[in-house]
Design a protein around this ligand. Structure first.
Ligand SMILES: [Zn+2]
Length: 115
């Protein structure tokens, strides 16, 4: 399989695996939905598989078939790792929704998304 084909297959898989629209967990708890008081460093990973591996290496768990992003705060900085915006377009989430969600994790929102 050439690379274009592999990419197309990956995109199709993501499309099929997209979580339901209107996921209540995408909008953060109001308590954590504010600016992060430090630097946020966003890194786009070259594939969903690499993103998943990296995030899981940091202890993240994904309850969906497609990993979209994860965030870790460390020494006043927050590191957000995400799939690239092109792949994001094939999920049911916008880039802005995902960044707002991850920023809430930067602010201490627990990974189980409780209020
Ligand atoms: Zn989350």
């Amino acid at each position: 399989m050439d690379n274009d084909m592999k990419y197309l297959v990956a995109v199709l898989l993501i499309l099929v695996a997209s979580p339901a629209r209107g996921d209540p967990h995408i909008t953060p708890s109001a308590k954590y939905d504010h600016e992060f008081p430090g630097e946020i460093i966003v890194t786009e990973m070259p594939s969903e598989a690499k993103l998943r591996k990296l995030c899981e290496g940091f202890g993240a768990t994904f309850n969906k078939s497609t990993a979209i992003a994860c965030a870790f705060a460390h020494r006043g900085k927050c590191f957000i790792f995400t799939i690239d915006p092109i792949e994001m377009a094939y999920t049911s989430y916008t880039w802005e929704q995902v960044m707002r969600h991850e920023r809430a994790h930067c602010n201490g929102w627990p990974s189980d998304h409780r209020n």
